[in-house]
Design a protein around this ligand. Structure first.
Ligand SMILES: C[S@@+](CC[C@H](N)C(=O)[O-])C[C@H]1O[C@@H](n2cnc3c(N)ncnc32)[C@H](O)[C@@H]1O
Length: 179
């Protein structure tokens, strides 16, 4: 599969998100969002088997990289994919294993919209609250799954959020640190 600039094989399995092909939203995010800074730290929030994490790890090979997911199988596959792509130093783990003092220069996510609005808002508030002062987050969200209401909610909560681009019903949202 093509991940970012790379044609490669990633380990996947049943029971993780979009195992048989790279999700359209993920592919769009990797193609349309700006590259991460070279110094990091970077976060792939809801990493699944790790296509976003692998791309981030290749683009910014020196930057500390975290990939989190609540699905243990996803974390396991993401770990294997990071190892295979030259990032054995990157962390793939459960969300609560990330030390509380880590602040992210860049967060990328194809977030789990289907967990429901309350849980999604809680998850995003938790991680966007950990953006560094100059940090940026990039989220890909389908319009039919509430991209525009999520944009309004984020702005109301104090995270400046704008639509970076839009394609086939998907939006890339650019989110800045809380103010
Ligand atoms: C839409 S999938 C994206 C997966 C992967 N990034 C990709 O692009 O193929 C969202 C992921 O978020 C994970 N997830 C659900 N709730 C979560 C939470 N509270 N914290 C972190 N990840 C979560 C799911 O297990 C799922 O793997």
């Amino acid at each position: 599969m093509r991940v970012g600039d790379l044609d490669t094989e990633l380990a996947t399995d049943r029971g993780v998100f979009s195992p048989s092909e790279l999700d359209f939203g993920t592919r769009y995010l990797l193609g349309a969002a700006p590259r991460p800074p070279q110094d990091g730290p970077m976060l792939d929030l809801g990493c699944g088997y790790g296509p976003i994490a692998v791309a981030l790890g290749l683009w910014s090979p020196q930057a500390p990289l975290w990939a989190v997911d609540v699905n243990p199988r996803a974390v396991q596959l993401c770990r294997a994919n990071l190892d295979r792509h030259g990032r054995p130093d990157a962390k793939a783990c459960q969300p609560d294993e990330v030390p509380s003092e880590v602040r992210f220069a860049a967060i990328y996510s194809n977030p789990p919209i289907r967990i429901g609005k309350v849980a999604l808002h809680e998850m995003l508030a938790q991680w966007l609250g950990r953006l560094a002062d100059e940090g940026q987050a990039y989220l890909v969200v389908n319009k039919n799954l509430g991209a525009d209401s999520l944009t309004r909610w984020l702005n109301r909560q104090g995270w400046p959020t704008a639509r970076l681009s839009s394609r086939r019903g998907y939006r890339i949202l650019k989110v800045g640190p809380h103010h």
